[in-house]
Ligand binder design. Sequence first.
Ligand code: ATP
Ligand code: MG
Length: 365
Amino acid sequence: MKKEKIILTGDRPTGRLHIGHYVGSLKGRVELQNADDYSKMFVFIADSQALTDNIDNPEKVRQNVIEVALDYLACGLDPEKATIFIQSQIPELCELTFYYMDLVSVSRLQRNPTVKTEIQMRNFEASIPVGFFTYPISQAADITAFRATTVPVGEDQEPMLEQAREIVRRFNHIYGETLVEPEILLPQNAACLRLPGTDGKAKMSKSLGNCIYLSDTADEVQKKVMSMYTDPGHIRVQDPGKIEGNTVFTYLDAFSRPEHFERYLPDYPNLAELKAHYQRGGLGDVKVKRFLNAIMQETLEPIRNRRKEFEKDIPAIYEMLRKGCEVARAAAADTLSDVKKAMKINYFDDKELIEEQARRFAANQ
Ligand code: ATP
Ligand code: MG
């Protein structure tokens, strides 16, 4: 039997979504959704996970749930085709997490490179909340609860997917084939795997404040692009410039298409020629940034406009999420029931157990 294709991903409601989310995951999800080559698609707002490092700031999480939902709809996720839901409303996920915790060692969690970096970023070294430390396990619950086969995410999620796969294998080995092993789906374009921040830092991230948000105004986008990090050694126009580590060129790698050159920079046939000129010297940062700005404006304008439309009926969006939670909850309950059966903790549905115990005690009467 051909394995069903079930797509799942989520985002933490710690801020509005940015162009790193867009190229790393969101754009891919919309393409998958529109390709129609899947049986189910789940997209969720990971509020429980966001609380693991924001426990003293629930208001931030509460405010951002709707922002993320609006960004989803603005990018073209369609609630008719994808179940969009909020993680905390699915208690089955907590139950699964609890059981999976017994399948993972502390040292295995400590080896997770993404968690290591995130602990440093948040100055958690001295005292890591247990919930934050164990979030890769809860992520495995999110993925497996929906029997996801395909998880479109950025490169920073690779260790989480590996952890989920290990849990699945261990569970199935001990309790018999129950869970589905997920595959990561990374963006094809290398520049999109982990888009750097506008400050040149390794990752654009809500927590680092180096983002271009999907909902930024045209002016905000322009300001951010024009003050972006380039090659600090490229001072005068005639100086040769570096492409490597030059954020403006990384963004061009991620966003530019041949038609953008025709429209906005017809002197250059393609990106390779533009890069070569920059490296030779004689091409100023401002010209390249203006070109990037034109591309960003063209990419973001339709998203921003669609968002404005959805912002007109906020109660309808909460209602869409509520319905999504209902559908998601039923799916997760189904998996949890299989898990409890496999783990032999389904006492009241286990007729065999009840009869067996009755016989055992009857024999002793
Ligand atoms: P936080 O700082 O709160 O962790 P974040 O900006 O890292 O926020 P997440 O909600 O953790 O965003 O990530 C959601 C999804 O977006 C994940 O699939 C992640 O891989 C992807 N993603 C986030 N940032 C980037 C980026 N800079 N480049 C590519 N993909 C990204
Ligand atoms: Mg993150």
